[in-house]
Design a protein. Structure first.
Length: 394
């Protein structure tokens, strides 16, 4: 049942038992998960059947043709792209059973409590503390920042320092945090676009049971690296059709506005179109090579290309539109559930793309990863790696 024919038969059986036209959306998604057709490369009982990842396309095409609902993947992207593969690799059997199904169905939105205002790009320097409580659980205090979807999230993946006497990479532990705990306070961060998809999160006496620890005590950095590698793939390697993403609106404007064309703009558009297509095909190849939960450093290169291309493409679009490109329709503070790049105006795309080289790992950090782990260049000297975190200058 793990080849294309078997998956197709399983999909048709799902559609026959739960016709999309007459089945409640959530009920259909739950049935799809239970049938092993959510993410086919996951193990049986956890939304998959242990099939090759590439065969997911067979299932998706059949369900789309039948008008079946999807799980709104953009809305729950952090859960799908970051939390799920990390839970799959490091979670206990109980954690996998508890969290993966409602995560995939979309009943529980996730966010990521990693970045901190005092750590910047040096994530391992984080200062949020988790102290062992008398009942064996943990009490967490600290502040996180740039947290996408925290205002919508039911759960969060969280890293906190549990031993300040160890070097910064060694004294960190990874937790699953309940965002409804009374000690969690979410405040919006107004962005250059006028919106607030990001947040700062204050943690005051937040109680986390030890059963919600992911991985061993002090092994948080190792667990977090799995999350970060998956994050870069999910941001930079999203599945797109030809002329999907940012290049689509620019190509459409070019075709519809012949009066705006110049030879220079044409050459730049052709170059960026080709680069966008190369990036799209490279992302497809990367996804086919992935082992569940274990992407390599190649995702850093994809995320680098994504950020640079988005910024150059959006800049070209603004220039192509001339005076119209400077218009921005709405400065109202909004709290969106997802970032809508293609359904907004050029001004929004231009402003929002500036964040692409920061979110998901700054381009400078990713360049180091590519240099050291892909190209094998000498490691950048780091004088603080063996110093206890409590002794570092801050």
């Amino acid at each position: 049942m793990t080849d294309a024919a078997g998956l197709l038969s399983r999909t048709r059986a799902l559609l026959a038992a739960h016709p999309p036209a007459t089945t409640d959306r959530t009920d259909f998604l739950k049935a799809r998960f239970d049938a092993g057709l959510a993410w086919v490369h996951y193990p049986a009982g956890l939304g998959g059947v242990g099939a090759p990842r590439s065969l997911q396309a067979v299932v998706d095409a059949e369900l789309t043709a039948a008008g079946a609902p999807d799980n709104d993947p953009r809305r729950i992207g952090i859960g799908l792209g970051m939390a799920a593969p990390t839970i799959l690799r490091y979670g206990t059997d109980e954690q996998k059973r508890r969290f993966l199904r409602p995560l995939w169905v979309g009943e529980e939105v996730w966010c990521q409590l990693f970045s901190e205002p005092g750590a910047g790009s040096d994530l391992a320097a984080l200062a949020t503390r988790a102290v062992r409580a008398e009942d064996g659980g943990w009490i967490v205090d600290g502040q996180k920042v740039w947290t996408s979807s925290a205002h919508l999230a039911r759960w969060a993946i969280l890293i906190a320092r549990t031993d300040p006497g160890l070097p910064k990479h060694l004294g960190i532990t990874y937790f699953l945090c309940d965002m409804t705990d009374p000690g969690v306070e979410v405040r919006p961060l107004r962005q250059i676009t006028g919106e607030a998809e990001f947040n700062e999160v204050f943690l005051t006496g937040v109680r986390i049971p030890d059963a919600h620890r992911l991985g061993g005590i002090g092994e948080g950095w190792k667990v977090a690296r799995t999350t970060l590698m998956n994050e870069r793939v999910s941001i930079g390697g999203a599945r797109l059709p030809r002329e999907g993403g940012m290049i689509g609106p620019v190509a459409r404007t070019w075709r519809e506005r012949p009066e705006a064309r110049t030879h220079d703009l044409h050459q730049r558009l052709l170059t960026l179109w080709v680069e966008a297509e190369v990036a799209r095909l490279t992302g497809e190849r990367l996804r086919q090579q992935l082992v569940a939960g274990e992407p390599g450093p190649e995702g850093a290169g994809m995320k680098l290309a994504f950020a640079r291309l988005n910024q150059e493409i959006s800049g070209l679009e603004v220039e192509l539109l001339g005076d119209e490109g400077l218009l921005y329709a709405d400065w109202t503070l909004r709290r969106p559930e997802l970032v809508d790049f293609t359904g907004r105006d050029a001004g929004f795309r231009y402003l929002r793309s500036k964040g692409n080289s920061i979110e998901g790992g700054t381009s400078e950090v990713l360049l180091n990863i590519v240099a050291e782990r892909v190209l094998g260049l000498p490691v950048e000297p780091r004088n603080d790696k063996d110093v206890a975190w409590k002794d570092l200058a801050r």
